[in-house]
Design a protein around this ligand. Structure first.
Ligand code: MN
Length: 581
C-alpha cells in the first residue's frame, strides 16, 4: 500500500502522524532537483512499505531527515513517536552525519570545507557496520534512502556523482546482495554503472537494445505454449512474466563470454511463478518434456540456495524455432524473498512467529552472519584496526562465497579460497584448535587444500593439540586467523611470554639468471628487512632452482607486501612463506 493510502486508512496511526510532522518540518525546503524536499522521505517510506517493513520503520523513514535538516529534535520524536522510532531515526542520522551528504536540502552546507577520501569512506563503513549490528531496520532505511538518492544523482557535480556512485557500487550494492535483497542490489548497481563506466554502459546499451526487444517479442509468443503445456498437466501458474538482464551484470557477463551476445541466454528470462515447491519441480519436468534442456544449464537453487538465500530453479531450453529460452521457476514466497531478502523475514520476527522449514534455516544463517559482524566490530574498535576491518570485510563478505558440507549434511558458508582449517574454525573453535588432518570427499588432503562448493569435509582431531603458526599463512577467514592468534598467544604465555616464532622463511622458485639474487636482496632491503639466512638449491630435481631466504619479521602484512613486490621480478615463478622459530 502507498503511504497516502496508509495515512487515510489509519489517520491517527504512527505513520499518519509521522507523515504530518515530516511534511510540516520540511515545508519550504527544496531538493537539488527543484522538487519539494518532502518527496524524498516519501519515496523512502514508500520503498520501505513495498518491502513490507513494520510501522515504526516506515514512520522512521518519513522522519529520517528531520533531525538533521529541520528544527525537529530527537527529543520531540521520542516524545511523539516513542523510543523505537527515535532509535531508528537516530541510527540513520548517525549514519548520515557525514560531510557532504547526498541528499541534504539545497542550502549552504555546514561541512563545505571537510575533506573526503579513503578516511571518510572508512568512517562511513565503520558506522554502517555498527548500525548493521545494532538494528537491521536502520540499514533498510539507509538502503531505501540511497536508492532514492541514486535516482536523483544527475543534479550533482560529476565529481560528487562519481564518489557517491562508487560508494554505492563498492559498499551498498554488495551489502544489499548479502542481505538477500538481490533486486535492490542490482538496481543500485545499475544506477551506478553509467556514472562509473560511461563508455561501457553506452556500448552495452547499443548492442542490447535491438536484441532485447526481439527476445521479448519471441518469449511473449512462446508464453501461451508454456501455459498450455502446464495446464495439460494440471498446473495453473500464478504468473508468467519476463525479466530483462541488468545492464551492469550483462556487461560483466559479456566480458566473460568474449563479448558474444549470442552466448547470453538470459538477456531476457521467462519467470514462472507457481504455488508449491512440488509444482516448481513438476513445471521443470513438463517444460523439459516439450523443449530439451541445454546441458549444464539446469540449476537447482531450491535444494541448494545461493549464499545470499536466493531460491529458484533455472534452466535453459531449446524452444520453438530452435531458439533458447532461459526460465526461472519459483513459488510466490521464494519470489518475494528473492526480491526483498532479509527484509521479508522481518515480519516473522515482529509477529513473534518463528518461520519454519527452509525459511527458518535461512534466517538463522543470516543472523549468524550479522552476529559475526558484531564480533568483528567489537574486536576492532580501535582506529588502527579499522583499516584491517575494512579489508577483512571486503575480502570476506564482498567476494565470492563457497558452500561446503559437514558429514551431517549441514551447510557451511565460507569465502572462496578457504581451507579445511577455515572450515574447522567455522564449526567450532575447539574443532579448529585440535585439527590435525582433513578428508575432503573421502580423500585425505593437506590442511592448506583449497575447498570448493559442494565439498564434504571431515576434520580429524587430536585432544590437547594446539594450532600451528604455519596456518596463518594460508587461512582465509578472519575468524580462523583470530582464533589461531589467540591460541598461539596462550601458548606463548604458557612458555613464559617468549614468542616461539621469530622470523619468516621465503621459498622462492626462480628461473635462474644473472643478477637475480641481487634483485631479490635489493627489494628486501628497500622494504627495511634484513636477510638472516640465504640458501639456494639447484639439485632438488625440479625444473627451477629453489631459494630459501630467512627474513627478520613475523608480520604477515609486511611479508605479503614484500612478496607482491618480489612477484614483479619476471624470473620468479613461485613464491611462498612460513613463519619459523
Ligand atoms: Mn535522506
Amino acid at each position: 500500500m502507498k503511504i497516502e493510502e496508509l495515512v487515510k486508512t489509519d489517520p491517527t496511526g504512527l505513520i499518519a502522524r509521522a507523515y504530518q510532522v515530516a511534511q510540516h518540518a520540511h515545508k519550504g525546503q527544496k531538493r537539488k532537483t527543484g522538487e519539494a524536499y518532502f518527496t524524498h522521505p516519501m519515496a523512502v517510506a514508500n520503498t520501505l512499505a513495498v518491502w513490507q517493513l513494520d510501522e515504526p520503520t516506515i514512520a522512521a523513514g518519513l522522519l529520517h531527515d528531520t533531525v538533521e535538516d529541520t528544527s525537529v529534535t530527537l527529543e520531540d520524536i521520542k516524545k511523539n513517536f516513542g523510543a523505537e522510532v527515535a532509535f531508528l531515526v537516530n541510527g540513520v542520522t548517525k549514519l548520515d552525519k557525514l560531510p557532504d551528504r547526498t541528499d541534504a536540502p539545497d542550502k549552504p552546507s555546514k561541512f563545505i570545507l571537510s575533506k573526503h577520501g579513503p578516511q571518510m569512506q572508512l568512517e562511513n563503513f565503520r558506522k554502517l557496520v555498527l548500525a548493521l549490528s545494532e538494528d537491521l531496520r536502520v540499514i533498510f532505511i539507509k538502503l531505501a534512502d540511497r536508492l532514492d538518492n541514486m535516482k536523483t544523482l544527475s543534479v550533482f557535480s560529476p565529481v560528487k556523482q562519481k564518489r557517491i556512485a562508487r560508494e554505492t557500487e563498492e559498499i551498498y550494492a554488495p551489502l544489499a546482495y548479502r542481505l538477500g535483497m538481490q533486486n535492490v542490489s542490482s538496481e543500485l548497481q545499475d544506477l551506478a554503472f553509467p556514472i562509473l563506466h560511461p563508455q561501457e554502459s553506452r556500448w552495452v546499451q547499443s548492442i542490447v537494445k535491438e536484441k532485447y526487444e526481439e527476445r521479448l517479442e519471441y518469449l511473449q509468443s512462446v508464453k501461451p505454449e508454456v501455459e498450455k503445456a502446464l495446464h495439460e498437466h494440471g498446473i495453473t501458474p500464478r504468473a508468467i512474466d519476463f525479466r530483462a538482464k541488468r545492464h551492469s551484470s550483462l556487461y560483466f557477463k559479456l566480458l566473460r563470454h568474449g563479448v558474444d551476445i549470442n552466448q547470453i541466454y538470459d538477456l531476457v528470462a521467462m519467470r514462472v511463478i507457481v504455488n508449491t515447491v512440488e509444482e516448481c519441480y513438476a513445471t521443470l519436468g513438463i517444460i523439459h518434456q516439450y523443449w530439451p534442456p541445454l546441458p549444464g544449464r539446469i540449476k537447482d537453487y531450491i535444494a541448494m540456495p545461493k549464499p545470499n538465500g536466493y531460491r529458484s530453479l533455472h534452466t535453459t531450453v531449446i524452444g520453438p524455432e530452435r531458439r533458447t529460452i532461459e526460465l526461472q521457476i519459483r513459488t510466490l514466497e521464494m519470489h518475494q524473498e528473492n526480491e526483498h531478502g532479509i527484509a521479508a523475514h522481518w515480519l516473522y520476527k515482529q509477529s513473534g512467529r518463528m518461520p519454519t522449514g527452509k525459511t527458518g534455516m535461512r534466517l538463522n544463517d543470516e543472523m549468524k552472519w550479522i552476529q559475526q559482524l558484531r564480533n568483528w566490530h567489537e574486536h576492532t574498535a580501535s582506529a588502527e584496526n579499522s583499516e584491517q576491518l575494512l579489508q577483512a570485510m571486503k575480502a570476506e563478505f564482498f567476494k565470492d562465497r563457497i558452500f561446503v558440507f559437514t558429514p551431517k549434511g549441514e551447510v557451511i558458508d565460507l569465502p572462496a579460497g578457504s581451507t579445511p582449517i577455515d572450515f574447522a574454525y567455522a564449526i567450532h573453535t575447539d574443532v579448529g584448535n585440535m585439527c590435525v588432518g582433513a578428508k575432503v570427499n573421502d580423500q585425505f588432503v593437506s590442511l592448506d587444500h583449497v575447498l570448493y562448493s559442494g565439498d564434504l569435509i571431515e576434520i580429524l582431531m587430536q585432544k590437547n593439540k594446539k594450532p600451528s603458526p604455519d596456518w596463518l599463512a594460508f587461512v582465509k577467514t578472519t575468524n580462523a586467523r583470530d582464533h589461531i592468534r589467540l591460541a598461539l598467544k596462550h601458548k606463548r604465555n604458557a612458555l613464559g611470554g617468549r614468542s616461539t616464532l621469530t622470523k619468516a622463511e621465503l621459498k622462492i622458485v626462480v628461473h635462474d639468471r644473472v643478477g637475480i639474487i641481487k634483485d631479490v636482496s635489493t627489494i628486501i632491503s628497500r622494504s627495511h628487512l634484513n636477510i638472516l639466512n640465504f640458501q639456494a638449491d639447484a639439485s632438488q630435481g625440479g625444473k627451477y632452482p629453489i631459494v630459501k631466504i630467512e627474513i627478520n619479521t613475523t608480520e604477515k602484512d609486511k611479508i605479503e607486501k614484500l612478496i607482491l613486490k618480489l612477484k614483479k621480478i619476471k624470473a620468479i615463478k613461485e613464491i611462498g612463506y612460513k613463519l619459523i622459530p
